[in-house]
Ligand binder design. Structure first.
Ligand SMILES: Cc1cc2nc3c(=O)[nH]c(=O)nc-3n(C[C@H](O)[C@H](O)[C@H](O)COP(=O)(O)OP(=O)(O)OC[C@H]3O[C@@H](n4cnc5c(N)ncnc54)[C@H](O)[C@@H]3O)c2cc1C
Length: 411
């Protein structure tokens, strides 16, 4: 029995059994197309169709949206999403594509939306039929998010939106966007509002989505331009001008601290198609040669690999600590630390993998001679994005220093 299963409540134990049985009978098997390493790089409709069908099946079986009330399409359970997540990872199922919807939009709509809006939006979000994206960042507003300039002007019952969002993951497939914008130019924080916007139905009618190509050659994120897009006032989630407070709910979930604030999302974690962990690194070192012997026998590389094993174990111990209330001095400490360290550890593991592979590290996906199918170079390049998305490492350190450790505020 796994450590987490041993601590199950009776409801969780019964639900875990349901998940195991259903996953054993309904595993979708090998995908018919090559999948990206994470949902943020879904590029083709073939990939999306396969992944959406999987999310719908998992939702219909009760494995998605488990802890939300039944009235909004949830499973009405109590702290069971983490059980479903763990069982899906254990069964090595594909990831769920609606990652921004499940992780960020759902808790935000649930805690701030009107009842009718929740009932309309959440069931199709959970089932993955509606993909969601997040329109926060702009060319002049990333870390300093409250500087967003996209503007909504009130005209009767409608708002007319103009502006430019960037790095918008999944916008090329999204039906809906969570959108932070400005309704008042004279106040920085108090001039912000928060909308849910149906962007797909507005393509070519006030919304333009332009893909951006990453260093890996993949698309995945986009620019989104709003030109006189009319949106109904019923799509506004904030009390006018209090959009920053709503955005805090989203950011808390994006940075991993949300479950303390709004425990229903269950942190929608699912398995990526490549794992930048020390155990995969050890496998790679056994396959690759250095001076005519397996790289795993090189003393210097062994040293660096074992350091990664120790760092990963430290991270895992932190996650165990997070489950013991008495060990928490500040609700944001462990989740923020986790985001910061997990992204940096994965990046360092990728860098060591490049060294282990040596000259072969230049062989990419699709090359039969590439070690581990050429997944490592792609993971290494993508790892840089993970230390930027959801708040850069520098910004995470600032928040930890100022809010958790009580250090002086940076200027
Ligand atoms: C893979 C990926 C997916 C993304 N998906 C989305 C998405 O779906 N929706 C969305 O809205 N955004 C998305 N983003 C954007 C992301 O949120 C921003 O890139 C991030 O907030 C940083 O903003 P920026 O790029 O404007 O950098 P800037 O804020 O301009 O930062 C530039 C540099 O300055 C440093 N810096 C800035 N301020 C400080 C400070 N106060 N102290 C110390 N250093 C500082 C930063 O750490 C960074 O190194 C995504 C980004 C990536 C990489």
């Amino acid at each position: 029995m796994s450590e987490s299963a041993a601590k199950d409540t009776p409801e969780q134990a019964q639900f875990r059994e349901h998940c195991r049985q259903w996953l054993a009978d309904n595993h979708p098997g090998e995908p018919p197309v090559r999948l990206p390493q994470s949902p943020l790089e879904i590029m083709t409709t073939e990939q999306l169709d396969y992944l959406q069908a999987w999310q719908k099946a998992a939702y219909d079986a009760g494995l998605v949206g488990c802890d939300y009330p039944e009235e909004v399409g949830g499973g009405g359970r109590n702290d069971c999403q983490r059980v479903a997540n763990a069982e899906m990872i254990r069964a090595r199922t594909p990831f769920l594509p609606n990652v921004i919807g499940l992780g960020m939009a759902a808790p935000t709509v649930f805690y701030h939306g009107q009842e009718a809006l929740k009932q309309r939006l959440l069931p199709r979000l959970f089932s993955g039929e509606d993909i969601w994206c997040q329109g926060f960042s702009e060319p002049g507003a990333g870390s300093d998010l409250a500087s967003v300039q996209t503007f909504a002007e009130k005209k009767g019952d409608k708002w007319v939106i103009n502006g430019h969002k960037v790095w918008t993951s999944l916008a090329h497939f999204a039906e809906w966007m969570i959108l932070l914008l400005r309704t008042d130019k004279s106040h920085k924080y108090d001039g912000l509002s928060y909308f849910v916007v149906p962007i797909r139905s507005a393509l070519g009618k006030g919304v333009t989505v332009r893909p951006l190509i990453k260093i890996t050659g993949e698309t995945g994120f986009n620019e989104v331009i709003f030109e006189d897009l009319e949106v109904d006032d019923s799509f506004r989630l904030d009390e006018l001008g209090k959009g920053w407070q709503v955005a805090m709910t989203t950011l808390a979930h994006e940075r991993g601290a949300g479950e303390k604030v709004t425990p229903r999302s269950g942190g929608m974690k699912s398995r990526s198609t490549h794992s930048s962990t020390s155990s995969s690194l050890i496998e790679l070192a056994r396959q690759c040669q250095r001076d005519g012997r397996p790289a795993s026998e090189d003393a210097l590389l062994r040293d660096r690999i074992i350091r990664q094993v120790i760092r990963e174990e430290g991270l895992a111990q932190n996650q165990r600590r997070a489950r013991v209330a008495a060990l928490q001095d500040h609700p944001a400490r462990l989740p923020l630390q986790n985001k910061l360290l997990s992204s940096e550890i994965a990046q360092d593991t990728g860098a060591i993998a490049m060294e282990v592979a040596g000259a072969s590290a230049s062989l990419y996906l699709g090359d039969d001679n590439a070690p581990a199918g050429g997944q490592w170079p792609m993971a290494y390049m993508n790892s840089y994005g993970m230390t930027i998305a959801a708040g850069t490492s520098e910004v995470q350190r600032n928040i930890l220093g100022e809010r958790v450790l009580g250090l002086a505020k940076s200027k």
